[in-house]
Design a protein around this ligand. Structure first.
Ligand SMILES: [Cu+2]
Length: 482
């Protein structure tokens, strides 16, 4: 035993010693490298500071009447920079530090950089700016909505930190950070709900009944002004001057005609998403038809032979026209309510009928941006209910990203996916709706109160300037207490 142990015992220190020898060399080498690295970082840091000082110096130049050049950094998905300037000539030195293509547009003046690839930069001269707040954003579809939007403050007495604190930046470590101001911005934005806006989407479109019983629907596609939130007018691409476009509802077996006149600046077509049609009615130019050119009228014709909770939208140039508003709901037949079924202990009545039917069309891109039914909070429509009311809601995602739609307090019974009834409906409080998907839910308003209903990607509902986007609320009243 000792004989066996003995060789082992000295062997270990041997290896240890050897290790220490090599280790010392490695240690020396690593120390050397570290010194070089620290030195390099210090140099980079100093250069960085000098760069910052440069930025500060040119901003100060603005104060004294000279031109101001502000450094702006673009990334996924943010516009960064100290965006405060004195009145006078202002230029932006814009660098794309991200990995995708981005640009900068100044909403008020229309000035914009070209599309910048990763690593590219550009100088954008804005001319002489007066005191005010200017909005910078990236015009690549969906990027502004994802966070690439920032205010440029032109102020006679630039006080970046104070301004920033009042404007609600994240710099809560700044000694000037004003917590009450940040709270007030958010609270005041929330108290604006509900707010009136011009225009309402999803209006049910009445058909003309032709001699043979065909239901004929007439659509016009055009570019309109759309009030997406109070005072926020965008250029929308719309069917019948509404976003979402008119809701079409037909019965199973109906012969359907849809006549579309295209008054948009580009060729178009209509794809009947989730709806069974003959191939030549699928609305995919050039495969199944020629594009409907500007000024032309085209008629689709098919038999609504299967129930559907579908959508209709342009297929050609969809990345422009659909995200900008050319989308709508199309239902064939009754919704497949899970009548009489017991799901997780809750039995849905045999004679179930909803008190309120609600299309909930989601978008996040284009000119329309983060919206519910074409409106951004506080312009979103509240749903007024009495306790005990049942709601049948259909989610439709016409945007470019998924939205987990969360409802406070009342679980939602998911009974159909893309209009197809589920053998096993399920209750959920958050339903993730991806682009192109539809989920059909019912829920019952139990307790009175104001219960918010929103996308749970939190930057889709809040930004430094307050609540916006994909939020609405159920306003549940108890008829007994009022
Ligand atoms: Cu969302």
């Amino acid at each position: 035993m000792t004989v066996i142990e003995k060789p082992a015992s000295p062997a270990a220190p041997d290896r240890d010693d050897g290790g220490r020898g090599v280790g010392s060399l490695v240690f020396l080498a690593m120390t050397g490298l570290l010194i070089v690295l620290v030195g390099a970082l210090l140099v980079i840091g100093i250069v960085g500071l000098l760069d910052d000082d440069d930025g500060g110096a040119s901003a100060a130049g603005g104060e004294s009447g000279g031109p101001t050049t502000l450094d702006v950094s673009l990334s996924e998905f943010a516009i960064d920079g100290e965006l405060v300037a004195a009145p006078g000539d202002v230029s932006l030195f814009v660098t794309n530090d991200g990995t995708q293509d981005h640009n900068i547009v100044v909403r008020e003046t229309g000035a914009q950089t070209p599309l910048l690839s990763a690593g590219e930069d550009a100088t954008l001269a804005l001319g002489s700016l007066e005191v005010g707040t200017y909005e910078l954003y990236c015009s690549v579809a969906g990027h502004a909505e994802s966070g690439m939007i920032a205010p440029l403050e032109v102020t006679a007495s630039p006080a970046p930190t104070g301004e920033a604190a009042a404007g609600g930046t994240h710099d809560h470590n700044s000694p000037d950070f004003d917590s009450d101001a940040a709270d007030a911005i958010m609270i005041n934005s929330m108290l604006e709900f509900p707010a009136e806006t011009e225009g309402k989407g999803n209006q049910i479109l009445e058909p003309e009944i032709l001699a043979d019983g065909t239901k004929k629907f007439t659509l016009e596609a055009s570019v309109i002004d759309w009030e997406v939130a109070p005072g926020q007018i965008v250029e929308a691409w719309a069917y019948n001057r509404q976003v979402p476009g008119p809701h079409i509802i037909v019965d199973v077996g109906d012969k359907v005609q849809v006549e579309l006149t295209n008054n948009t600046p580009m060729g178009t077509d209509i794809h009947w998403h989730g709806i069974h049609t003959p191939n030549d009615q699928d609305g995919v130019s050039p495969y199944t038809q020629d594009p409907i050119k500007t000024g032309e009228t085209y008629t689709y014709e098919f038999v609504a032979d299967e129930p559907a909770i579908g959508m209709y939208h342009a297929h050609l140039h969809s990345q422009v026209s659909v995200v900008n508003g050319m989308f709508a709901a199309f239902r064939i037949g009754e919704r497949p309510y899970p009548r009489g079924q017991t799901i997780s202990g809750v039995t849905i009545p045999e004679d179930f009928e909803p008190d309120v039917e609600l299309p909930m069309v989601l978008n996040d891109a284009g000119t329309i941006g983060l919206t519910l039914n074409g409106k951004s909070f506080p312009g979103t429509e509240p749903i007024v209910l009495e306790t005990g009311d049942w709601v049948a809601a259909d989610y439709y995602n016409e945007g470019l990203t998924a939205h987990p739609m969360h409802q406070h307090q009342f679980p939602q019974l998911v009974y159909a996916k893309d209009g197809i009834p589920l053998d096993h409906p399920y209750w959920a409080d958050t339903i993730n709706v991806s682009p192109g998907e539809r989920y059909s839910v019912i829920f019952q308003a139990g307790d009175p109160g104001v219960w918010v209903w929103h996308c749970h990607i939190l930057t889709h509902v809040e930004r430094d300037t307050g609540m916006f986007g994909m939020v609405t609320a159920l306003v549940v009243e108890d008829p007994a207490t009022g």
